[in-house]
Design a protein around this ligand. Structure first.
Ligand code: LLP
Length: 421
């Protein structure tokens, strides 16, 4: 459920007409709903009611500080995967002891900054990284709390580019080697081993892969405890999928997911962490764009809009489907017409949808790309020297620009010309 609904024939973000934001900010832009973000966060939080837990929002999904602050004020922790994200979370007021540091390639510099600023734990992905963390911690005279990310060799049954839990993926240590890796970690002076971490992929639309992975983690917890490790925290990653189409998708709900966690791991008495990103932010954001031209092609019409693949890369990169709606609600009975919806970038991949039925649209009309709140703005670029799209946040009847559109001077003046030219 989200808070982007038609009211009096016009699409609203909570209580604000989307067209009003477009008139103020210009297009294209991202708009997020505070109520939807909070609702999704609370669904996870409540799903783990009765268990000692922390929902660590995977801020890679959408990392604007206004989003982070909204969630942090509701009690969320953060899952970060770079020191940039760590510093951004800190800047948004997230306390270090609610920040989990994941990621396969943390550098010594990143490790040092995080240890100095304080963190909840590192989720370690390899033995060399484990040694690096121990060395930096010793240098600073501290002990680093860690979990080790295990790769359970489970098929997440999602898009290959976002599946992470098979043995051929670069993530984690093979679960078959866990005992020796944990023994190694325990012997390193700068580390305190506190738990296990697992994350098998993103946009999972079934619970079964989670169940397989979590059962393996449950077994491993008992084995490692028998080996003398004090396993007291389980980080179960993110990955629960969202409906990208209104019609035919109904991925499992956070309540079902929470029940599964309790069923598979509840008996262990561990503190539970989860790292959802997409489900919190995905349907809390729209990308709003304006039709520049309607172009008649050979056997098809193109809706050329002012947003492009640099603003939302998911269709080009993962062949992702996003529902697209006109901002003016179609009158009842208006016949839909199939459009190819494309951006101005010089690549055929710059296509948001092919043969998508929409009511007849004309130059100047606004459209809204749904499900764009996660992995939208954060993956945007300035390809074709197109400015990064502004981000807007709505709260009831208020809205605010939370990242403004850069000027062309700002973009161009970031380049420096070498002396010899
Ligand atoms: N934890 C870890 C360690 C992760 O790598 C990820 C996502 C998450 C949590 C959050 O997963 P989520 O709940 O959002 O599924 N750009 C891609 C998705 C990449 C996901 C990367 N890791 C897309 O647009 O579909």
């Amino acid at each position: 459920m989200d808070h982007f609904l038609y009211r009096d024939g016009a699409l609203h973000a909570e209580d604000v007409p989307v067209a009003e934001i477009a008139a103020t900010v210009g297009t294209p832009f991202y708009v997020y709903s505070t109520a939807t973000l909070l609702r999704h966060f609370r669904l996870f939080d409540e799903a783990l009611d009765g268990t000692d837990h922390l929902v660590c929002y995977a801020m890679k999904a959408a990392s604007n500080q206004a989003i982070l602050k909204t969630l942090a004020q509701a009690g969320a922790g953060m899952d970060v995967v770079s020191i940039g994200e760590y510093l951004r979370a800190k800047a948004a007021g997230v306390p270090g002891d609610r920040i989990v540091f994941s990621g396969v390639g943390k550098t010594a510099e990143e490790i040092r900054t995080a240890l100095q600023g304080g963190l909840r734990q590192f989720n370690v992905e390899s033995e060399p990284e484990m040694e690096a963390i121990s060395a930096v911690a010793q240098e600073l005279g501290v002990v680093a709390p860690i979990t080790v990310r295990v790769n359970p060799d489970v098929d997440a049954r999602t898009h290959a580019k976002i599946a992470t839990g098979k043995s051929e993926n670069k993530f984690g240590i093979p679960i078959s080697r866990a005992r020796e890796v944990y023994a190694h970690a325990a012997a390193l002076p700068g580390l305190e081993v506190i738990g296990i971490d697992v994350h098998i992929g993103s946009q999972l639309t079934e619970l079964e892969p989670f169940e397989l992975a979590y059962k393996k983690v449950a077994d491993l917890t008992e084995v490692l405890r028998a080996d003398g490790h004090d396993i007291r925290r389980l980080d179960l990653g993110g990955g629960l999928g969202i409906p990208y189409t209104r019609s035919n998708e109904a991925p499992p709900l956070p309540t079902d997911y929470g029940a599964l966690i309790k069923r598979t791991l509840g008996h262990l008495g561990c503190e539970i962490e989860i790292e959802p990103g997409r489900l919190i932010a995905g349907n809390a954001g729209l990308l709003v764009s304006r039709v520049i031209y309607v172009k008649q092609g050979e056997g098809r019409d193109f809706l050329i809009v002012d947003a492009a693949m640099n603003d939302l890369i998911r269709p080009a990169m993962y062949d992702a489907h996003h529902d697209i709606d006109p901002v003016i609600e179609p009158a009842p009975g208006v016949e839909a017409y199939p459009y190819d919806i494309v951006g101005p970038v010089c690549e055929t991949g710059d296509t948001f949808a092919r043969q998508r039925p929409l009511p007849p649209l004309a130059a100047g009309d606004l459209i809204a790309v749904r499900g764009a709140g996660a992995y939208g703005a954060v993956m945007s670029s300035e390809y074709n020297t197109r400015p990064l799209v502004p981000e807007v946040m709505v709260h009831g009847d208020q809205f605010a620009v939370i990242r403004r559109r850069p000027t062309f001077d700002e973009i161009i003046n970031r380049d420096t010309i070498p002396e010899w030219l």
